[in-house]
Structures are given as C-alpha cells and as structure tokens.
Design a protein around this ligand. Sequence first.
Ligand SMILES: Nc1ncnc2c1ncn2[C@@H]1O[C@H](COP(=O)(O)OP(=O)(O)OP(=O)(O)O)[C@@H](O)[C@H]1O
Length: 267
Amino acid sequence: MSNATATSEVLTVEHLRKIYNEGKPQAKTAIDDVSFTVSKGEFVCIVGPSGAGKTTLLRCISGLAKASSGTLAFEGTPLTAVPDQLGLVFQDYGRSLYPWFTNAKNVGLPLAARGMPKAQRAERVSEVLAKVGLGHVEKQYPWELSGGMQQRVAIARALSYKPDLLLMDEPFASVDAQTRFDLEDLILTVRRELGITVVLVTHDIDEAIYLSDRIVVLSGSPSRVREVVDVPLGREREQVATRASDEFLDLRRHLLDLVMPHAPHAA
Ligand SMILES: Nc1ncnc2c1ncn2[C@@H]1O[C@H](COP(=O)(O)OP(=O)(O)OP(=O)(O)O)[C@@H](O)[C@H]1O
C-alpha cells in the first residue's frame, strides 16, 4: 500500500520553521515552530495577527517557498515541489487572471498544462464554471466581470483539475460584504459537493468560525500555534442563523481573546 492511501491526512505540518534571508544580516524568522494536520474533507482556517506568517505558511505548504526546517507532507509524501493535486486561490484575483484570455480559457489553463485534450477540456471548463454560477460568461473576459465574479472564475480555475486540497489566501478580502457572504457559501457548497479539503487563511475571525471545522490560531511573529480550536457547528451553516447562535458567539469570544494584542497570552 502506498503512503498516500495509508493516511487520511491530506496535509501534515511538523515543526515548520521559516527564516527569510537565512544566514544574512537581514535574516527574519517568520515562522518559529508550527505543527498541525489536516484530514481528508476537513475545512481548516488559519488566523493570527498581521505579520504572524500566515501567507508564509501557505507559501511553504504550496511548495512556493522552501521551509528552513521541519517537515511538510502532502497525502503522506514529503513535499518537495508544488503538488499536482493542489489548487491555489489568492486575494488578488485581478492579478491572477489573464485579461487577454476569455474566462473559459483562463479556467482551462491548468488543464492545458496537464495535457487534457481540447474537447474534454471544454466540457470540464463548462462544468466547473456552471458549478460556481458562471455558466454564462465563458466567452467574456475577466475585466468584463465584477470583482466577486472574477474571484469565482479564479475559484473555478483552481477547481478545474479536481484538486485534493484547495489552499486559499484571504480569498474574499477584496470584495464587498454581501459578495463575501455569497462566496463563503459558494465555497462551502463546493466543498460539500466535491468532498474537497480546504485550508484558508483569513484575518476575519467571524469568517473563520463560519467556514471551519477547525481553526489554527497562530501567535504573533515569529509564529507558533497558540491553539487549534474545534468548531462544532455542524456541516450546515447559514449566514444569519449560524452567526447569531450561542455556540458561534462563544467561539468568537474565545478566538478574540486568543488573537487580540491585549489578551494575557499574546506574544
Ligand atoms: N520575501 C520576504 N522576505 C523577507 N521577509 C518577508 C518576506 N515575506 C514576508 N516576510 C516577513 O515575514 C513575516 C511574516 O509575513 P507574512 O506575510 O507571512 O505574514 P501574514 O501573517 O500573512 O501577514 P498579514 O496578515 O499582514 O498579511 C513578516 O514580518 C514579513 O515582513
């Protein structure tokens, strides 16, 4: 049996440490010692103060940055490059989509890179754009769409090759509040329908609670894991009722206590 089938853990992070400009006078330790795991089908959010190293952590997980020490494993295999079965969505959809390509072509790029034949590619692109509610914009260009719609295209592109793990860095931070709620619900629906595993970085404690099964709370810079908080709110979430529930408000109080600078345990 391969390692990949021997574990239900999609992601394992063990004693991760990241020093930028290591060995140079301007060396900067962004991550001190971070460990956590993510199981198949889980939705895990990472929160922490500004500069805690959240983006650095995602860059290390995605293989875009090299860890200084520690172990990272994707589906039981040590991570050495960007894994094929990884989808990435960043905050800045404006820069992640190519304006000179139609939305369909943007979504199909990773499929073309993987050598999928044209007809099959067109079918998959239509399917995944329909899944994010944008079946009608295939022939249009990203700049003809609203910010929220562009981020849907970016999500469709990340989902096009059916990744095992979706990594998202502040994906909803650049859109208005209503669009943000819509995108949060979209990603929960996609996750439920595709059984995908999601790791999402956010500044927003309420968003983290609304989306997560578990929340990894990082300390200030250089970061360690302050606490991993379970979110026992069930799979069905609803923007108004869930956020108003006693369980949600209790979790909110606890998380704010962990991340606010005045908290007794703050670094
Ligand atoms: N390429 C780099 N070279 C040197 N230092 C860096 C680099 N990228 C990030 N840093 C430093 O590492 C630390 C962590 O940065 P990072 O962007 O990962 O934090 P963050 O938690 O995502 O911040 P924010 O919440 O403000 O987006 C910061 O002190 C930052 O200045």
